[in-house]
Design a protein around this ligand. Sequence first.
Ligand code: ZN
Length: 198
Amino acid sequence: MKINPLENLIENLSKLPGIGRKTAQRLAFYIMSMDKLEALKIADSIITLKEKAKYCSVCFNITENEKCEICSNPERQHAVVCVVEEPSNIVLIERTGYRGVYHVLGGTISPQDGITADKLKIKELENRVTFGQIQEIIIATSPNTKGELTAQWIADVLKKYNVRISRIAYGLPIGIDIEFADEVTLSKALEGRKPVNV
Ligand SMILES: [Zn+2]
C-alpha cells in the first residue's frame, strides 16, 4: 500500500502531546507551504536532538555531555536541589534566579496512567540524598492532584534523612500545571516555600 506523504506527516504529528488531528492537519499543510530549506531545518533539528541529546547522569536534565551544565557548574549551590517534573521546568525556574541544582523526575505519580513511583527518578533522588552533601530539597511539582501526590510521596521517602524538605505552594493557582506559571509567580513560590509535614 502506498502511503500518502501528507497523511503520513499528519499521522506522525498527531502523536505529539496536545496536538489533535485538526492541529496536525494545519501544521502539515503549513509545512507543505514552507520554504524547503526551512522545513528541512525542522526535520534536521529533530534528528540532531535524538542523536546528540541525552540525560544528565546526576539530575536527568537534557545535555550533550555526561553531566549537564548546571551540575558541572562549581558556582551553583549543590547542597540545594529543586525537584521538577520535566526538563522543560528547569528553564522556567532558571528565570527566577535560582542558584541551586535540580533533579528531574520524568513525570508525576499517576496510578490511573500506570505511572507508579518506581517509574520516576525517585530512587535516584534518594541516592543523591544518601550519598551527596544535600541540605535542602525544594519540591516544585505542579500544584495539582498528581503533583501534590508526588510531592507527598517524595517527602515520605526522604523523611528519614537529615535534609530540609520544602514545597513551593504559595502564589501558584491550585490545579494548574507548572508549565503555565509566569516567572514572578514562580519566583514568589520559591521564596515562600513551606516545609513539608511528614
Ligand atoms: Zn545535571
